[in-house]
Design a protein around this ligand. Structure first.
Ligand SMILES: Nc1nc2c(c(=O)[nH]1)N[C@H]1C(S)=C(S)[C@@H](COP(=O)(O)OP(=O)(O)OC[C@H]3O[C@@H](n4cnc5c(N)ncnc54)[C@H](O)[C@@H]3O)O[C@H]1N2
Ligand code: MOO
Length: 407
């Protein structure tokens, strides 16, 4: 193998890939449509919340200067229906959670702590301490002009609610990337119920597209495609409008591993090939310049666990970066081994395992073709190159597979 293609470390390969990203154009979409996408610029509040002092509980609003009572009930402030008058000495206003505190009122006494008798209330329980305990101050959450979210934040359920509360009907986000997923290999059967002995059902394409669809992308599948240059270049042509093309299989060194030569024939330029990780070593990254934008092609190894691990560490971060994420890489967790693991070889390894919230149990079978073990896993245990054997109970780091490793 030429020095040029010596496997490179994971972080270096990720940095090279992300350096190729040209963020996609910005569009404004309504808040619901923005869910799953990333803010392209900081968001300022267009209103103050709460816009006035509000009661946080159901009870009675009184002045702070008269906390002994009894009080005469002079009216009501309900959510959406404020009390127009002022509360004075010896007076109380019935108030509900979320209602505006009437003028003059500085304390809310819970209704459970009061007895009401014919328009008068008297204390039977505790006074609020401090008196303003049950009051949400104007601007407690945010004030007009505050930056409520930074650029690159993912719009999830709470962020969408915050944007609406801050007075925004639309949000600036980047257009959704278009991704094509190409299954390649002569042995692949499109129909799992009609799979001959010399075949294997094509399963990576569905797995990968499902993984990518966890992000706000338009993913489509092509193939299975035969192991010929013509079939592969025709598949690339069918993906000519895509921002990202992901292939699985045919990335290694065999006579029928044609993804690299097909990409070159198609006019793509290889950026790097081979990463020092296990599984996933034969990963390749190439680019093709179109009239307006750059296409990025990622060739994943065909073994199912290799495809999953490389999609997790490369394709998901790439898609997040195209969407404008501030932190596109997955986050690590620290946990403890539930069983011993052997010493590692020269490639950083991602063992498949199941984390139950306390310890992580590596699957017995770690072959990169073992789909049952992959499907039983929710964590990739991160083992450094040449890591010594480790006992049950020792701390290890890992990546949660769920949600692409991003909380
Ligand atoms: N002499 C060497 N041989 C291999 C090397 C090497 O360095 N020298 N690397 C090995 C590594 S590591 C991996 S990983 C594999 C990956 O090879 P390819 O990307 O070329 O994958 P294929 O050979 O096409 O397929 C591998 C395996 O996966 C199955 N497969 C492929 N596509 C799908 C699909 N869409 N759905 C389900 N299963 C799929 C395929 O049938 C094979 O069993 O190369 C090693 N070899
Ligand atoms: O990517 Mo391969 O799985 O290292 O055998």
């Amino acid at each position: 193998m030429s020095k040029k293609n010596a496997p490179i470390p994971l972080e270096e390969a990720q940095a090279r890939l992300l350096a190729l990203v040209e963020p996609l154009p910005v569009e404004r979409v309504d808040v619901e449509g923005a869910i799953g996408r990333y803010l392209s610029e900081p968001l300022q509040a267009r209103r103050t919340q709460p816009a006035a002092d509000l009661s946080a509980m159901d009870g009675y609003a009184v002045t702070a200067s008269d906390l002994a009572g009894p009080w005469r009930v002079i009216g009501e402030s309900a959510a959406g229906h404020p009390y127009a008058g002022t509360v004075g000495h010896g007076e109380a206003v019935r108030i509900s959670t979320g209602a505006i505190l009437p003028a003059g009122a500085e304390a809310v006494i819970l209704q459970e702590d009061l007895a009401r008798d014919d328009g008068r209330i008297s204390l039977t329980g505790e006074l609020p301490s401090p008196p303003h305990k049950h009051i949400r101050r104007c601007g407690m959450d945010f004030c007009f002009g505050n930056e409520v979210m930074a650029a690159g934040v993912k719009i999830g359920p709470a962020q969408a609610a915050l944007a609406l509360a801050a007075g925004h009907r639309h949000l600036p986000v980047r257009r959704m990337p278009k991704v094509a997923v190409i299954d390649s290999g002569d042995e692949l059967a499109a129909d799992p119920e009609a799979c001959e002995a010399h075949q294997i059902p094509a399963s990576n394409g569905t797995m990968l597209a499902a993984l990518f669809r966890g992000l706000a992308v338009e993913a489509r599948r092509i193939g299975p495609v035969a192991d010929t240059l013509d079939a592969l270049t025709a598949a690339f042509d069918a993906a000519a409008d895509c921002d990202v093309i992901v292939t699985s299989g045919g990335a290694s060194v065999g006579d029928h591993d044609l993804v690299r030569p097909a990409l070159e024939q198609w006019g793509a330029r290889l950026d790097f090939w081979r990463v020092a990780i296990k599984p996933g070593k034969p990963l390749l990254v190439a680019t093709r310049e179109r009239d307006s934008a750059r296409q990025i092609i990622i060739g994943l190894p065909g073994n199912p666990a290799s495809s999953m691990v490389t999609a997790y560490h490369f394709v998901l971060p790439l898609l997040r970066a195209l969407l404008g994420a501030d932190k596109p890489l997955p986050m690590q967790i620290a946990t403890r081994l539930g069983a011993p693991v052997r010493a590692n070889g020269s490639r950083r390894e991602f063992l498949r395992g199941f984390w139950d919230g306390e310890t992580v149990m590596p699957t017995t079978l770690q072959d990169s073709g073992a789909l049952a073990a992959l499907a039983a896993s929710n964590v990739l245990i991160d083992r450094a190159a040449h890591a010594p054997e480790a006992d049950a109970g020792e701390e290890v780091r890992g990546f949660l597979l769920q949600n692409g490793g991003i909380a």
